[in-house]
Design a protein around this ligand. Structure first.
Ligand code: AMP
Length: 473
């Protein structure tokens, strides 16, 4: 097995790694560090959780340890798709570079230009930035990219999703063509392939197995759910989410709840809070200080439920999450892999549950095709108990809000649902109303012990098994 000491890293970097408690390099590190130190271009196909950040940060620090940056002329660039990811890379950099005298600046939105300008003016060795912010600084004439020796592109596939590829191409064009490029992506979409063919020179390609497709230590399940009425579906879904959380009881120490849209992130977080769950939202429209506060709280364990969008959560390093709840089926199958990869890290057991409404069944099928397994169907926990009270006592109020409050809250739920429908007409289901009548709704499909929701008359055999049996199978 490769050891860090075999990798030709700067001894001061080795000391910092040792103090971080890392015993040996992960496969992406063992594969990417040697060619990176030789000055070769690297194409790393790896996702978060594989140790990819250190696989470019460690050689970068080693290479830059000699020499100094000139004013406004950074010696290296690390481009990240989101502020959080950039901040995380900066944190990693601080950890590994603590015994090396290097300067860095973090250029992300939500932080004042003035502060950032001051740092750049002094000269920085490592500039960690989101593409838009970097170009803003460049256009203001504050930044010269002619001295960039190493350029890192992290999470290129997410850059693609977010429409940053033109910015990345532009930044490539602004840096010297003699630069070294370290390029990382979880997947190789054709557009990413094109970029790497254009801007990388004879790269060393290192691909590491995606962790979640095999994630045997992650128990997965999906509840097929149909609202009793279209206008109640969203609030009933939130109720189902609470029931799923409660059913896990103490086992659910902390969780990320994923929603597809920012508006739902806010609504679900608010709704969970209203019902006494310790929850907070994170998505791109929230200001940076709030996002940082929320994340810190979640990392430190003072916040139990992080309600997130894919973009905000991508690349976040949260070490131990007991559960992932997919409030929505993600519309990109790849995102499912990323989402559930947040739990069951480092060999721990994890659990990932998802709610699937009829119009998401196609997306569910895409996910199952991608991960090459069937996600076990779970019983709807609301089907077995009489009232909606739950016994989990997982930090939530043990009783539901009183009747009066509830009728008010239902009105509010419906208004919220309306707001969602109005906000995103493209997501309105084309055939949901009246399909198979309204009788297939969650509340009416209780058949005693055998609870089937949203599947009409076609009940696959595995539905008869309990969740545990299906997972064991
Ligand atoms: P990343 O894939 O870069 O987001 O890293 C995921 C997590 O793995 C981070 O918490 C790192 O601190 C940790 N990590 C990175 N490299 C190693 C290593 N060689 N041994 C143990 N943990 C590591």
């Amino acid at each position: 097995m490769t050891k860090f000491s075999d990798l030709n890293l700067n001894p001061k970097v080795l000391k910092a790694i040792d103090e971080a408690g890392y015993e040996s390099p992960t496969p992406i590190q063992a594969g990417a560090i040697p060619p990176a130190l030789e000055g070769k271009d690297v194409l790393g196909i790896a996702q978060t959780g594989t140790g990819k950040t250190a696989s470019f940060t460690l050689p970068l620090i080693t290479q830059l340890a000699r020499g100094r940056a000139r004013a406004r002329m950074p010696r290296s660039l690390v481009l990240c798709p989101t502020r959080e990811l950039a901040a995380q890379v900066a944190e990693n950099f601080d950890t590994y570079a603590k015994y090396v005298k290097l300067t860095k600046a973090l250029l992300i939105g939500g932080v004042s230009f003035k502060e950032q300008d001051l740092l750049i003016d002094k000269g920085v060795d490592v500039l960690i930035a989101t593409p838009g912010r970097l170009l803003d600084h460049f256009e203001r004439g504050k930044l010269i990219l002619n001295d960039v020796k190493v350029m890192v592109v992290d999470e290129a596939d997410r850059m693609l999703d977010m429409g940053f590829i033109p910015d990345i191409e532009r930044i490539f064009g602004l840096t010297p063509f003699t630069r070294q490029t370290l390029f990382f992506s979880a997947t190789m979409a054709p557009e990413i392939e094109r970029i790497t063919n254009t801007f990388l020179s004879a790269p060393e390609r290192i691909e590491v197995a995606r962790q979640a497709t095999t994630g045997e230590n992650i128990a997965q399940g999906v509840v097929m759910f149909k609202g009793s009425r279209r206008d109640r579906e969203a609030s009933e879904k939130r109720k189902l989410l609470r029931a799923l959380i409660d059913a896990e009881g103490e086992k659910c120490t902390n969780a990320i709840v994923f929603c597809n849209r920012k508006v739902d992130v806010d609504i679900v977080a608010k709704s969970l809070k209203k019902y006494g769950y310790d929850a907070a939202p994170i998505h791109g429209d929230l200001d940076q200080s709030q996002r940082t506060r929320t994340l810190d709280g979640f990392r430190e364990g003072t916040l139990r439920f992080l309600v997130a969008s894919d973009v905000a959560a991508r690349g976040l390093d949260v070490p131990a999450v007991s559960h992932v709840f997919n409030f929505d089926v993600p519309s990109h199958a790849e995102d499912y892999v990323h989402r559930i990869g947040r739990t069951g890290r480092a060999g721990r057991d994890g659990k990932a549950m998802m709610i699937c409404i009829p119009r998401d069944e196609k997306n569910l099928a895409d996910i199952e095709k991608l991960v090459q397994r069937e996600i076990p169907r779970m019983d709807n926990p609301l089907k077995s108990d009489k009232p909606e009270k739950t016994s989990g006592g997982t930090g939530a109020k043990t009783e539901d809000p009183p009747k009066k409050t509830r009728s008010r809250s239902r009105k509010k739920d419906e208004a919220e649902t309306q707001q969602i429908a109005n906000g995103t007409p493209e997501e309105a289901p084309k055939r949901s109303r009246g399909r198979r009548g309204s009788g297939g709704g969650a509340d009416k499909s209780d058949r005693g012990g055998n609870k089937v929701v949203g599947l009409g008359d076609h009940t696959p055999e595995f539905i008869g098994l309990s969740f545990k049996e299906r997972i064991a199978g």
